[in-house]
Design a protein around this ligand. Structure first.
Ligand SMILES: O=c1[nH]c(=O)c2[nH]c(=O)[nH]c2[nH]1
Length: 286
């Protein structure tokens, strides 16, 4: 039986890079983690141990730091685009370059309404993400947010579901809705103010979550995804992952007390896992 190398890729993961961007009136602090992955004509490295077409992952790592000085000046998307194009254009053996960037946001500390010149608060669990895939001259850009912990104390219920011999869940028209949301969307264009687009999409996700009268996580997921597509021409598709971070009413009856829907036990596991992708219907444009 002949065995073949079906697929291969290699690169450097977790290239952790911090940058101070010194503006005339304040400093900007950025912290990112970059993954580089290359595909191309690397077969002989695997079959013969011939490294003549291998750009070492150590060099890839150094390239990220070196190029960050002049080219990581605004969005993670623009830096990712520059890196992907650099690896493709300088290495004829590379057919596809994938750059993944995760940003850990920092916001300037604010005192008496004034942002401090050079002191920051970490952004908590929330992270910004982008993935750039360049294949030859074809480029796909997707960006997102992950670990966005959001919660609302009402305007959420779950009723009318299947009941069988194993059902114990009580119907409720008023429950806590909490999720650690991950959203990933694809941009239809490369010519965009990615920083402004990101801020607008994040705002739409939060606003829709807050205002939606939720009959289920599923329904709110579709509302959030649809709002992003309706308000952002530049987004062609969005995927959402919304784990249900349950807060279950605690049984106070055992102590002769009524639970007024105000005391809960937060349960990490097991947890509901709700996902969905919203896209534009093709061929129906007016
Ligand atoms: O919004 C919800 N969707 C479900 O599918 C589900 N299942 C469940 O037990 N609770 C919930 N909540």
């Amino acid at each position: 039986m002949k065995l073949i190398l079906k697929k291969n890729a290699y690169g450097k993961n977790a290239v952790n890079l911090s940058k101070i961007i010194r503006h005339p009136t304040y400093h900007e602090f950025r912290q990112i983690s970059v993954n580089v992955s290359l595909q191309g004509d690397f077969e002989t490295a695997h079959t013969l141990g011939d490294n003549s077409k291998i750009l070492p992952t150590d060099t890839q790592k150094n390239t990220v730091y070196a190029l960050a000085q002049a080219h990581f000046v605004d969005s993670i998307e623009n830096f990712g685009l520059y890196l992907a194009n650099y690896f493709i254009t300088n290495n004829p053996q590379v057919t596809q370059a994938t750059i993944d960037i995760v940003e850990h946001p920092y916001r300037r500390m604010t005192f008496d309404g004034e942002p401090h010149h050079h002191a920051y608060l970490g952004g908590g669990s929330e992270k910004y993400t982008t993935t750039i895939v360049q294949t030859g001259s074809r480029i796909v850009i997707s960006s997102g947010i992950k670990d966005l912990l959001i919660l609302k104390t009402t305007d959420s219920g779950f009723e009318g579901y299947i009941k069988d011999q194993y059902t114990t869940l009580k119907e409720t028209a008023d429950r806590i809705f909490a999720t650690q949301c991950e959203a990933t969307w694809t941009y239809a264009t490369q010519k965009l103010d990615f920083t402004a687009a990101f801020a607008k999409i994040r705002e739409t996700l939060l606003k829709t979550f807050a205002h939606h009268k939720s009959l289920s996580v599923q329904q709110t997921l579709l509302a959030m995804g649809s709002a992003v597509l309706e308000e952002n021409e530049a987004v062609s598709e969005i995927s959402l992952i919304m784990p249900n971070k349950h807060h279950i009413p605690f049984n106070l009856e055992q102590f002769g007390l009524d639970n007024n829907n105000d005391i809960f036990i937060a349960t990490d596991e097991p947890y509901g896992y709700i996902t969905g992708t919203v896209t534009r219907e093709q061929g129906n444009e007016e």
